[in-house]
Design a protein around this ligand. Structure first.
Ligand SMILES: *Cc1c(COP(=O)(O)O)cnc(C)c1O
Ligand code: SF4
Length: 352
């Protein structure tokens, strides 16, 4: 059996199993939360936990705070922007296409908590409904295959979906959004890379949240993808007590560049029910961004975005670098807080 399949088979998915590994955890609490939001941690990701409440633990071990919440089930109105069950078509030229709701771990802060882990969320034959929608809408140029985690499907199914999309003439690029390179790097096999590279131009966006997640295994997985000609980007979620710290984020972004992963977005956590305890203030997000820009390579500075409630889409928040602006000059503030004047109009005169 392939190593990743063995890891999936040995996944911890009951409160009792998790409690037997961490005897100091509260079994009754784990059981109560598990009923609402299932537990799932594979042995690889589990091995990254060094101690209770560390940044890895917080991402995957249930917390009773998940049960007291003021958030929303579907804060981004993803269901609203859906004409067919498995496609969200919000932006003019690109869609999210959900192909499963299974993941190698269940992240406690997941935006799709309402779906993830529910084995009835998506029957296989629904690939066809999504593929048909995409085929009929010639304005779609870019498909983001999402979930759950698309790379939890078998090679055969992935090949089927990707090659069907590639046959569609108006589709220019195909992307996969997947935490697999982080949470189950063993899944990135030579065969999988072969399938993906046959269908270029192909992109992957993954989801590292903390420098501890960059290991020998995740490095190898990302390098295999990049060596197959697949640009790999990273989307991080700002999480209280995990990465809401400029120093941690600087280290994360630097390490990502060193494994050839390009930081793409930092998300303000969505208003999902059961995740209040993870949310950080906007100010602390701005502090993180201010701690990146100028301090590390521009390649390592992602956009800080809020996915606007009710389907407004991603909106970038940019710390104010403009001190003042008038007819003559703009006063700019750099990363060290020094100000510089620059003419606000071109010198070129139409009468010359
Ligand atoms: C994030 C997202 C996309 C892709 O957005 P990019 O900014 O192009 O990466 C597409 N559709 C929806 C609904 C999204 O939330
Ligand atoms: S891997 Fe992604 S989709 Fe799956 S639980 Fe984590 S955040 Fe949610």
């Amino acid at each position: 059996m392939e190593e990743w399949k063995q890891l999936v088979r040995d996944t911890i998915n009951t409160p009792e199993k998790l409690h037997s590994i961490f005897p100091n955890s509260n079994l009754e609490e784990l059981q109560r939360v598990h009923k609402e939001f299932p537990i799932r941690i594979n042995p690889y990701y589990l091995s990254l936990i060094e101690e209770p409440n560390d940044p890895i633990w917080k991402q995957v071990v249930p917390d009773s705070k998940e049960l007291i919440s003021t958030g929303f089930e579907d804060p981004l109105a993803e269901e609203h922007d859906s004409e067919v069950p498995n496609v969200t078509h919000r932006y003019p030229d690109r869609v999210l296409f959900y192909v499963n709701y299974m993941c190698p771990i269940y992240c406690r802060f997941c935006t799709r908590k309402r779906k993830v882990g529910d084995p009835y969320s998506i029957p296989d034959q629904n690939f066809e409904i999504g593929l048909e929608y995409i085929r009929k809408h010639s304005e779609i140029r870019d498909v983001i295959i999402s979930g759950g985690d698309p790379l939890m499907l078998t090679d055969k199914k992935i090949e089927y979906i990707v090659s069907r999309l590639r046959e569609t003439e108006h589709i220019e690029i195909i992307r996969i959004g997947s935490r697999v390179p982080v949470t189950l790097p063993q899944r990135i096999t030579p065969n999988l890379c072969e399938i993906l590279k046959k269908n270029h131009p192909f992109y992957i966006n993954t989801h590292f949240n903390h420098p501890i997640e960059i290991t020998r295994e995740t490095k190898k997985a990302c390098e295999m993808l990049v060596d197959s000609g697949i640009p790999v980007g990273n989307q991080t979620v700002l999480l209280r007590g995990v990465n809401d710290d400029p120093e941690v984020m600087r280290e994360l972004m630097r390490k990502l560049l060193s494994i050839r992963v390009k930081p793409y977005y930092i998300y303000q956590a969505d208003l999902v029910y059961g995740t209040d305890h993870f949310r950080t203030s906007i100010e602390s997000g701005l502090e993180v961004i201010n701690g990146l820009r100028g301090h590390i390579s521009g390649l390592g500075v992602p956009h800080y975005v809020i996915d606007a409630p009710n389907g407004g889409g991603k909106i970038a928040i940019i710390p104010n670098a403009i001190e003042s602006l008038n007819e003559e000059e703009i006063i700019l503030k750099n990363y060290e807080g020094n100000t510089y004047s620059y003419p606000s109009q071109p010198f070129f005169d139409e009468d010359w």
